[in-house]
Design a protein. Structure first.
Length: 123
């Protein structure tokens, strides 16, 4: 099982020239809270997602040996938050969202067709 690698937060800060103070402010946690994450090697999923979003890295970056650029092919990631491991499986959610997008595209196309018809009635 992959474990959370909090040291990668420091690495990202160093690489991107972001101070720990700035990071804590940007992700809405206290500096002490960020130090606790770094020292105890654990955090909540919510906080980790905020850090991921700030640095634009996948959550797996903090668990696997992978670069900070680009997303992993594996959808299932393990996070150690508040002393308990949680598994996040996003594949079902991604499939649902893809279907919703396809439905919205069809709905948009139908509305555009209706607009074209209505424009034809005016002209």
């Amino acid at each position: 099982m992959n474990t959370f690698k909090a040291f990668k937060i420091r690495e990202l800060c160093s690489e991107r020239k972001v101070s720990l103070k700035e990071l804590s402010s940007r992700v809405d946690i206290t500096q002490n809270g960020l130090q606790s994450i770094l020292n105890n090697n654990t955090t909540s999923i919510d906080t980790l997602l905020k850090i991921c979003n700030y640095f634009n890295v996948p959550i797996g970056y903090f668990f696997e040996e992978m670069p900070a650029v680009g997303y992993a092919h594996g959808i299932q990631q393990v996070a150690n938050g508040n002393g308990n491991n949680q598994v996040i499986n996003l594949s079902h959610e991604i499939d649902v969202l893809k279907k919703e997008i396809e439905g919205l595209k069809k709905e948009l196309a139908a509305k555009n067709d209706l607009i074209d018809v209505l424009r034809g009635l005016r002209g």
